[in-house]
Ligand binder design. Sequence first.
Ligand SMILES: [Zn+2]
Length: 348
Amino acid sequence: MLDGWVAARLGLPAPLTRRALERRQLERICDTLAHAAAHSAFYRARLPADRVSSWEEFAALPFTWPEDIRTQGARMVCVGGGEIERVFTVLETSGSSGRPKRICFTAGELEDTVDYFHHGMLEFAGVGDTAAILFPGRSPHSLNALLSEALRRMGAVPVVLGLPGPEDGPAVLERIVSLGARRLIGPPFAVAALAEQSRALGLDGPVGRTVDSVLLAGSFVSETHCRTISEIWGCRIDEEYGMTETGLAGAVGCTLGGGYHPWSSDLYYEVVDPETGAVLPDGQEGELTVTTLGRRGMPLIRYRTGDISRILPGPCPCGSVLPHMARVGDRHCEKKYQRVSPDDITGF
Ligand SMILES: [Zn+2]
């Protein structure tokens, strides 16, 4: 459970309560709004001069759209260029302007992501576990680099194998076995394809005996992916929801309750009606909208993710008081397989 770590990050006493969490989240939202209005030309023109004092007032603020990032992303940045450590470029074919989204992070924000991975993966890997990572990109602060650093902090041994190409399956599978990789982290489509290849090659037995658990991240996870992987390798499956915009991280899969628990110290999710924009009650499916809490470099306020989910009502069986989100789907039914693409990194 992330609860203890979230409470500590927010300076709240343990055990965390939902009431204390929401109160502190609203305080952090107010700080973010003030920071954004003071330092970003984009937000200054959109945000009210008065301090937001309730969730109702927050829900009346304008949305930030992917198109805003594409066309006005540089005006959302709230710090000097020297403070930006990394710019991630998200290439999508569906953008109406055809421009990529560029998302900026300070060094401290990249460290926040590592810290989140570290604590979010505590149940996934332990001391001495070899973890093979299957994302593209080997540059500093790539998703591979951030995951590797988090695994090292847990005492695990990360090995970046990269995203396998169509011809790479046999070599990658043999490498997983020769490394004795008990943990595997990668995009759902790539790991499922690898599992199917292992069966076709007669390597499913050796790989299944090597790999105990798989963490699927970086794009949407489907029931089919999970079933394929667990049936072929007989391993445990964990999930992670995130996107580049939210720092490559976002929410940790819950093994007891299904779905995800959000990174609630740093992100606030709303579920809104995709057409009217009205905030929907728990249980009702709509579009996930996210606000970053405390991000100084390039805050996002009520950002429309295009992803579909709902907040599951009632307490989660795991005992967490964090919101409990259902498995996320794509509003546009597109296969954004490469949505988290740390290879595509450029500067302004
Ligand atoms: Zn749970």
